[in-house]
Design a binder for this molecule. Structure first.
Ligand SMILES: [Fe+2]
Length: 199
């Protein structure tokens, strides 16, 4: 099945219908951020970046879950032959390439957890994986937000984890990586980020 923008958008709509929640609007903002940044990266394709953003949380179609949404999304995309999107369904949560760095719950059978463990260690990340990792951290269901504010919000809600600072550093390094390529602040490409971050 050829993966187009409209196909990915329809998949998100159907998945949102199956499991309504703010996650779908979050996914749309992730996609918008991915596309806006990819436009200034000569080695990235805008449409691919947008599509990977739209689909990164598609595993939530299967219900309200924690880390299970990662493998559910992987399977959803693999069944349709969307291999890179499938990888990003898992990789977006692991900017630190170790599933023990997760703050979530592994609500899945042990063999699925073992699969994710190996998958993350073996995966070779490219700038699409990194772009979704970055944009996932700055998109809320109602717009874009300063990364550091998101970091603190999440820490206040869920507490911190031994890998929290390492994850923050990884995301900030990805931000720097893209800023070197685009030649400006990523926030210049995210409409409404200032209003959203200060409200
Ligand atoms: Fe997400």
């Amino acid at each position: 099945m050829l993966l187009t923008r409209s196909f990915a958008e329809k998949a998100l709509e159907d998945a949102h219908h199956a499991n309504p929640g703010p996650w779908a609007d979050h996914s749309r903002y992730v996609a918008m951020a991915c596309e806006n940044i990819a436009k200034y990266c000569p080695h990235l394709d805008n449409d691919d970046a947008y599509i990977y953003g739209i689909l990164h949380d598609i595993g939530r179609h299967a219900g309200v879950t924690s880390e299970r949404h990662l493998i559910d999304g992987y399977r959803y995309c693999m069944e349709r032959g969307w291999e890179k999107a499938a990888q990003i369904c898992i990789s977006h949560a692991f900017m630190v390439k170790d599933i023990a760095s997760s703050i979530g719950v592994f609500d899945m059978p042990p063999e699925d957890k073992a699969f994710m463990d190996r998958f993350v260690k073996d995966a070779v990340y490219d700038d699409y994986d990194r772009l979704v990792q970055l944009c996932d951290a700055l998109a809320l269901p109602n717009g874009f937000c300063l990364l550091e504010k998101r970091f603190v919000d999440v820490a206040l809600r869920y507490g911190t984890h031994p890998s929290t600072v390492e994850r923050w550093e990884a995301v900030l390094n990805i931000k720097q990586h893209f800023e070197r390529i685009i030649g400006c602040s990523i926030y210049d490409l995210l409409p409404g980020v200032v209003e959203n971050s200060f409200r």
